[in-house]
Write a new protein. Structure first.
Lengths: 303, 335
């Protein structure tokens, strides 16, 4: 027992800084209830995406089924969110839509980061004509409102969820180039980079040990926010009618159909919208919380 | 300064050129045959051929692009393959409605966004801050189109407070066309009935369109104010006995506005994109609505034109933002 206490103390001493960091993280979180809500919402979202098929009540209703005798029923105990124009259970469809949204968001963000982050670092660090070329191309993409360009692309490729994801990935990467390039430019002038350079650190080492870790926080924060935004944009396209097509259980497409049954059948458009709102809100709050934790500057402000 | 603007205008031309290449290439990756689509399901092969020839769809891509650019330089966006209208004519017809909506929205977003941001930062961790923060994070998360539908449901369909859509009631004649902004035209001509009618129509869509912008301007202005208020020069100003009001509104705000201005420019672009959604929901006769209508039918000329026109508008806005930096921070030099 005594030995155990000793080891524990030793362990505590060795890990002093990590434990303090963790405590500070918990403290930061406890001071910002909104971030905690964000973490919880995202956790619930992920959980629902994971166990969705178990908790739905009408598995047959996800895509094809038609029960005309059940159509346009108001919310009740069998159909908590009501039924749609062909009698499908809206609750089950929203739950399964969670998976679809998660998938959409992840794919768009990872493709965008995969293209944008390397380009941004190259542009910012190497500079010169390479910077000029990369930033000009980026600027061209950023010169059009994203949703509009996405509409144009998906309009050309044809409506559908895959095409919507392709379009949104094409629209999304320039944001990361700009973020990372700007950050790299300012980091390049920092004294610790100068110092590393002066003791002969290689370009490679400076990028991976000094620039990238310092870019990591804004990238993570942006990715968290963008996750929500990508889901929102996919829903936007679904709503316009060029994204996911009914009977796909995509929230935007569901609202697009439900809109035709307003104002009497309010539940058809209302619940999928709430699902989008809560999901996007969760990722935004999470991003906000992550910023508080990851950004040392805002940390020092906590008195 | 002059040199800077000239350089930017030159860059703008290059960007527009690049944009036209992207948009043009996008329009030609379409798997369907636009000529067949335009001719309709009952058309004979000959009719399709005629359309193909008329729109030069039978020529090599590069030739098509050269023709497109030739037109573009003259301000000719070609004809819609579906309606046979000159696209430029259509755009001229729909653009004022979009700009009226967007200008009202961005004005609303800027004024209240900055105001909420200041209040939230100055009274940090009070209920004001908490509600402003909650609003600023919720605001960007609300799906614009859904919010529009919900407000229509509530304010228009249920309580009949505001009209459900459109730019004016069908019974009301549009005001004399001067600026082609109904709000301004009706004011100039002193036509109060039309002004009130136009105002009641624009309120909902403008509010919905400005909502995410308002939220994110609030958010960034709060964050920047917080950061600036901890800077040494603010402490110094405090030590010198300068009043809080002056410190906040002059010393701090001016510095905080630089990143806020970036956000305003960014959000302006998002807003231009958002018109697609808001105009669809509120049946607003603008170019967003026009673009959606064309995109659904793979009618590409209008979509390309709208993309380029709004892209150009966004570039001009960005130039203004960059010039704004110099106004806010005299250290910014234009080369």
């Amino acid at each position: 027992m005594k030995e155990f206490a000793l080891t524990l103390r030793q362990w505590k001493e060795e890990r002093e800084s990590q434990i303090r960091g963790l405590k500070l993280t918990i403290y930061t979180l406890s001071r910002s209830p909104l971030s905690v809500i964000g973490f919880i919402l995202v956790a619930i979202f992920l959980l629902i995406a994971l166990i969705g098929p178990i908790i739905i009540t009408h598995p047959g209703d996800i895509r094809g089924a038609i029960h005309m005798d059940q159509k346009l029923k108001a919310p009740s105990s069998t159909h908590p969110f009501g039924t749609d124009e062909v009698g499908r259970d809206i609750y089950s469809r929203i739950i399964i839509g969670t998976r679809l949204s998660l998938q959409i968001g992840l794919i768009i963000i990872f493709v965008a980061m995969g293209i944008g982050v390397p380009l941004g670092i190259i542009a910012g660090y190497v500079g010169g004509w390479l910077n000029e070329v990369i930033m000009r191309v980026t600027d061209i993409f950023l010169s059009v409102p994203g949703l509009l360009l996405a509409l144009a692309i998906v309009g050309a490729l044809g409506p559908g969820i895959t095409n919507a994801m392709i379009a949104l990935s094409i629209v999304w990467w320039p944001g990361y180039v700009r973020l990372v390039q700007g950050k790299t430019l300012s980091l390049r002038e920092e004294s610790f980079v100068e110092a590393a350079k002066s003791i002969g650190a290689s370009r490679f080492r400076i990028i991976f040990w000094h620039i990238l870790p310092n870019c990591a926080s804004p990238i993570i924060v942006k990715a968290s926010m963008d996750m929500g935004m990508a889901i929102l944009f996919a829903a936007n396209l679904g709503f316009i009618g060029v994204g996911a097509q009914p009977p796909e259980p995509e929230w935007g497409a569901m609202i697009s159909v439900g809109r035709n049954y307003l104002p009497d059948r309010w539940w058809m458009a209302t619940f999928p919208g709430l699902a989008i709102l809560i999901t996007v809100l969760g990722f935004n709050l999470l991003g906000d919380g992550l910023r508080d934790i990851l950004d040392p500057q805002s940390r020092s402000q906590i008195r | 300064m002059k040199g800077f603007i000239l350089k930017r205008l030159f860059l703008m031309v290059i960007t527009i050129f690049g944009l036209s290449v992207i948009v043009f290439s996008v329009s030609r990756i379409a798997p369907g045959d636009p000529a067949k689509l335009a001719a309709g399901p009952d058309a004979t092969e000959e009719m399709v051929q005629v359309i193909r020839k008329e729109f030069r769809l039978d020529q090599p891509l590069i030739i098509q692009y050269v023709y497109y650019m030739k037109g573009l330089i003259k301000g000719d966006f070609g004809r819609s393959i579906r309606t046979r209208h000159l696209v430029w004519e259509d755009i001229r017809l729909f653009l004022p409605a979009t700009f009226e909506l967007v200008f009202v929205s961005i004005g609303f977003g800027i004024v209240f966004g900055i105001l909420f941001g200041i209040l939230s930062a100055v009274w940090r961790d009070t209920w004001i801050d908490h509600s402003a923060r909650f609003f600023s994070v919720t605001g960007v998360a609300v799906p614009m189109f859904w919010m529009g539908i919900m407000l229509q449901l509530l304010l228009a369909a249920k309580f009949h407070l505001l009209p459900i859509g459109g730019r004016l009631d069908t019974m009301v004649d549009p005001p004399l066309s001067i600026t082609r902004f109904f709000l301004i035209d009706s004011l100039i001509t002193g036509n109060w009935t039309v002004f009130k009618n136009a105002l009641s129509h624009i309120l909902l869509p403008a509010f919905v369109l400005s909502f995410p912008a308002l939220a994110s301007i609030t958010r960034i202005n709060r964050a920047e104010m917080l950061e600036v208020l901890h800077k040494d020069f603010v402490l110094n100003a405090k030590a010198q006995g300068i009043s809080d009001r002056l410190i906040i509104l002059k010393y701090a705000l001016k510095n905080a506005l630089i990143p806020t201005l970036t956000m305003i420019g960014l959000r302006y672009g998002w807003m231009l994109g958002g018109t697609i959604l808001v105009e669809t929901v509120f049946d607003w006769p603008g170019i967003g609505n026009y673009a959606v209508g064309a995109a659904v039918y793979s009618d590409f000329q209008p979509v390309m034109a709208v993309t380029i026109v709004l892209g150009l508008n966004f570039m001009i806005a960005n130039l203004l933002v960059d010039l704004g930096y110099g106004f806010l921070d005299p250290r910014v030099r234009y080369e």
